[in-house]
Design a protein around this ligand. Structure first.
Ligand SMILES: Nc1nc2c(ncn2[C@@H]2O[C@H](COP(=O)(O)OP(=O)(O)O)[C@@H](O)[C@H]2O)c(=O)[nH]1
Ligand SMILES: [Mg+2]
Length: 298
């Protein structure tokens, strides 16, 4: 009998959740950066195998920060874990942070007794001893069904993880067409790639103060894709930094985004970026929702 189910990928920030979902589905559906708060919404990645369809759900990292944005994104992880058939609790063996792991685990387990795997990521970057320590420390915290060390970056042991996930799922029908890999609208993906390029280049608080809104995506008759987007920051002083001296920063963000989008969409792209201020938007639940971050309104 075929199997199917929803599998939530959750954990503290920056442990490699989005890198893992990209690796599992075999294409970049979620942006990744070394910074927390890169993922701000629920991202579905579908893996269809001969005997199973596995719907992975990437979620924002659970951390203890207090803005409306942080609270709203933490809810996304909790809801996904509550609705899913299985949760992969991901951690990073190369940067142990027991308090943060503990906090994330408690937050997720408040949803009740769904089965959980402990997935220890970044084994390419740690010694055997470090890995064993992490296994010992975390496996005591909850009754994990499996403990699987992997590297999302190199792909090591990810096939084994996929097999174990398939085995743990209930029998069930396919939910999505077999050739579907993600449920994200193209407009949103374009905005996310622009945000990734900006987050990678900006320092200090700026990556977290940034939102991207898509204004227009139109295909011209000659095939050129015309894309207009606005980068929002929280304060007037941040606007100048995102624009840069003589527009250097925004041009650099734009050309990095354009290169990746052209390769991805197979079209020439004209990218028009502007920067605007929306005062303290990360503290305003409405703005957070307007930008498409966090949980949709219930
Ligand atoms: N060395 C190593 N780095 C990784 C691995 N997985 C993710 N990373 C890096 O860790 C950082 C955070 O990854 P990301 O997927 O955005 O983490 P998330 O916040 O949990 O979604 C990025 O710089 C990734 O390249 C891994 O298996 N090994
Ligand atoms: Mg992520």
């Amino acid at each position: 009998m075929p199997k199917s189910g929803f599998v939530t990928i959750a954990g503290r920030p920056s442990v490699g959740k989005s890198t893992l979902i990209n690796r599992l589905v075999g294409s970049k559906i979620a942006i990744t950066t070394p910074r927390p708060q890169t993922t701000r919404s629920r991202i579905v990645g579908v893996v269809t195998r001969p005997q199973a369809q596995i719907v992975f759900v990437d979620t924002p990292g659970v951390d203890q920060r207090g803005s409306a944005l942080a609270k709203s994104v933490a809810q996304v992880a909790r809801h996904a874990a509550a609705e899913g058939d299985l949760t992969l609790f991901l951690t990073d063996a190369s940067r142990p942070d027991p308090d943060a792991d503990h906090f994330a685990l408690r937050h997720l387990r408040l949803t009740g007794g769904r089965p959980m795997f402990l997935v220890i990521n970044k084994i390419d970057a740690v010694s055997k001893e470090r890995l064993m320590e992490t296994v010992a420390r975390l496996s005591a915290l909850a009754p994990f069904k499996e403990t699987v060390p992997i590297s999302a970056l190199t792909g090591e042991n990810v096939d084994t993880l996929l097999d174990l996930v398939e085995q743990a799922l209930p029998e069930g029908p396919q939910f999505y067409p077999g050739d579907m890999v993600s449920d994200q609208p193209e407009r949103f993906v374009i905005g996310e790639i622009i945000r990734e390029k900006a987050m990678l280049r900006l320092q200090q608080e700026l990556p977290y103060a940034l939102a991207v809104a898509m204004d227009e995506v139109v295909e011209r008759e000659d095939g050129m894709l015309m894309v207009a987007a606005t980068l929002y920051v929280e304060r007037e002083s941040q606007k100048g930094i995102v624009i840069g001296k003589g527009g250097a920063m925004i041009r650099e963000i734009g050309s990095a985004a354009r290169r990746e989008l052209e390769a991805r969409l197979g079209a020439r792209i004209f990218l028009d970026l502007v920067v605007k201020v929306r005062e303290k938007w990360t503290h305003d639940p409405r703005s957070v929702r307007d930008f498409g971050y966090g949980a949709p309104k219930e």
